[in-house]
Design a protein around this ligand. Structure first.
Ligand code: 4NP
Length: 157
């Protein structure tokens, strides 16, 4: 059975598509693509259908990472479709947990903050880079590369 992993942020145009791309890149490097299904979604629906933010795509591309996703909004069915849901910040975590609560607490997915899997950084949230400068996007990628590497080690046993 493939492991199903969903990354969640607010808009699904910056942090979670970047996490998806970083994780896919690591899977390719370790020839583990066939063992995982990877996706991302946003708790908000403003950007549905859009490609990832151009600044995020450019920063990722400089590291050899492509971001293929199109924004979509998280839906209740995701809570049972995925084994693992990784959130970017405390607000996303609360939103996903609230959706799970509405579903009668029956969700199958394990819901947790992605940065729990960091080993080089001691921070709990991926800051939203949307309204900031270029360095914010680099910092997001630094955090995601660290956390996604830890996540892959934890899941690919
Ligand atoms: P993301 O960033 O949650 O990392 O995709 C955001 C992008 C856009 C908005 C919020 C967050 N927005 O409100 O438009």
């Amino acid at each position: 059975m493939k492991k199903q992993v969903l990354f969640v942020c607010l808009g699904n145009i910056c942090r979670s598509p970047a996490a998806e791309g970083v994780f896919l890149h690591l899977l390719e490097q370790s020839q583990a693509c066939d063992r995982f299904v990877v996706d991302s979604a946003g708790t908000g629906g403003w950007h549905v259908g859009k490609a990832a933010d151009a600044r995020m795509r450019a920063a990722a591309s400089r590291r050899g990472i492509q971001l293929p996703s199109r924004a979509r909004q998280l839906e209740r069915a995701d809570l049972n479709r995925f084994d693992h849901i990784l959130t970017m910040d405390a607000s996303n975590l609360l939103q996903v947990q609230a959706l799970a609560g509405k579903a009668g607490g029956s969700s199958l997915a394990r819901i947790e903050p992605l940065l729990r899997y960091c080993s080089r950084f001691d921070v709990s949230e991926v800051p939203d880079p949307y309204y900031g400068g270029a360095e914010g996007f680099e910092h997001v990628l630094d955090l995601l590369e660290d956390a996604c590497s830890g996540l892959l080690q934890a899941l690919d046993d």
